[in-house]
Design a protein around this ligand. Structure first.
Ligand SMILES: Cc1cc2nc3c(=O)[nH]c(=O)nc-3n(C[C@H](O)[C@H](O)[C@H](O)COP(=O)(O)OP(=O)(O)OC[C@H]3O[C@@H](n4cnc5c(N)ncnc54)[C@H](O)[C@@H]3O)c2cc1C
Length: 372
């Protein structure tokens, strides 16, 4: 039986980044994924400015477009757009991004095993024994980076406190869409309860998607078809249609127990408002690796809450406000200065809407009050 300091289950952004930091810190680590890479993952593939500040390696080789313009629309009606002076989101395809990150983890010393499902987990006081593909592996620490439907959280009894949203996406040739989309992300507000619709430009195609509360699952195809039609596309021409869960943790929910830590979607770290999760995947990866290298596993959940909960609380509040009072929130978002704060939040330069100064303070306070 092979032994390691850590077994990381899942080589998405959270797992590969955790393995990267652990290996760089001198730990022996096996990074296992049941899929053979390159593999796809239902995702807009947008790396926000704040994710770019936390990603362990420069993703430029797999970036297909930079977005510096947002177009926001309410119920497929009123529209406004704003442009920022630097990229707000860098667009990737997860098939390429995830392989890139996993390869970098392997380069710094993590043992990457793709096509190796992790199962038969046996947790005890000093670590874990598991089947990794055809092998049996022993490790001192188990990191669950196995995403929204992972086995690690279930095995460790860490499944409570997560709200499960859903999203569905598809692709269309970029030239089939009207308007200047090359540097623009379109956000369609109040078209799905508990979420929104989006159109993101990629290299040769656009990614269209809808996400919302878990209860919207049965209606997502209808929502996606409407989004396509509103962009003058025949829904029947969308390709690669895929759905996936968006796990959103309630504040204070533990992300570890005993010798087990959860990172990324496995810990339910998707942002409740934006539905993005790669920033949180990178942040949690860094914090988990730091806790493991320092031998302070209980410190991980504390560090995670200290880093993410203030922002997550603001996201939950804005989500509630948008769900209840979409027109007022849309009008507030349009007010002078507000988009600069949104851009600051996206880029990680503003930690919380309450930190905003100037003209944006009033409209942002209004959104906070509407959340109740
Ligand atoms: C439609 C949609 C659009 C999104 N758009 C964006 C976006 O534009 N920007 C953004 O930042 N976020 C976006 N998100 C969220 C983002 O996709 C996730 O937050 C992110 O993938 C989390 O990364 P992760 O590494 O935690 O998990 P994942 O990327 O889900 O990786 C988990 C890995 O674990 C592996 N695995 C699972 N079980 C096992 C097992 N038993 N053994 C071995 N391996 C296993 C899986 O094969 C997978 O590779 C979107 C989500 C959806 C659904």
């Amino acid at each position: 039986m092979q032994t390691f300091d850590a077994l990381v289950v899942g080589a998405g952004p959270a797992g590969s980044s955790t393995a990267f930091h652990l290996a760089r810190g001198g730990a022996s680590v096996v990074l296992a994924d049941k899929a053979r890479f390159p593999r796809d993952k239902p995702c807009g593939g947008g790396l926000t400015g704040r994710a770019l500040k936390r990603i362990p390696v420069d993703p430029s080789p797999v970036v297909e477009r930079d977005v510096d313009r947002f177009e926001l629309r309410l119920r497929y009606g009123s529209t406004f757009s704003r442009t920022h002076d630097e990229p707000l989101i860098r667009m990737t395809q997860r098939r390429r991004l995830d392989s890139f990150l996993a390869e970098h983890a392997a380069e710094v010393g993590a043992e990457l095993r793709d096509g190796a499902r992790v199962e038969a987990l046996e947790l005890d006081r000093t670590g874990v024994t598991a089947r990794v593909g055809a092998d049996t592996v022993r490790a001192d620490v188990l990191v669950g980076a196995d995403g929204a439907n992972g086995v690690v959280a279930r095995s460790a009894g860490l499944v409570d406190g997560i709200v499960r949203g859903v999203a569905l996406e598809g692709n269309a040739p970029l030239h089939a869409l009207s308007g200047d989309l090359e540097r623009t992300a379109v956000i369609e507000l109040a078209v799905v309860p508990g979420g929104y619709g989006w159109v993101f430009p990629k290299g040769d195609h656009a990614n269209l998607g809808v996400g919302g509360w878990g209860s919207e699952g049965p209606r997502l195809r209808e929502h996606l078809a409407r989004l396509a039609r509103e962009h003058r596309l025949d829904p029947g021409t969308l390709t690669d249609i895929k759905g996936h869960r968006l796990p959103m943790r309630r504040l204070g929910t533990p992300a570890g127990t005993g010798r087990v830590l959860l990172v990324g979607d496995a810990a339910g770290l998707v942002d409740p408002l934006s539905g993005d999760g790669m920033y949180e995947a990178f942040v949690s990866a860094r914090l988990a690796a730091t806790a493991i290298l320092a031998g302070d596993l209980p410190g991980y959940t504390r560090a995670l809450s200290a880093t993410l909960d203030r922002h997550a609380a603001a996201s939950w509040a804005a989500k509630r406000a948008l769900d209840r009072y979409p027109r007022t929130v849309f009008a507030a978002a349009r007010a002078p200065g507000v988009f600069d704060v949104v851009a600051g939040l996206l880029c990680g330069d503003v930690a919380h809407p309450a930190d905003a100064r100037g003209a944006a303070r009033g409209p942002l306070k209004l959104i906070a009050r509407l959340a109740g």
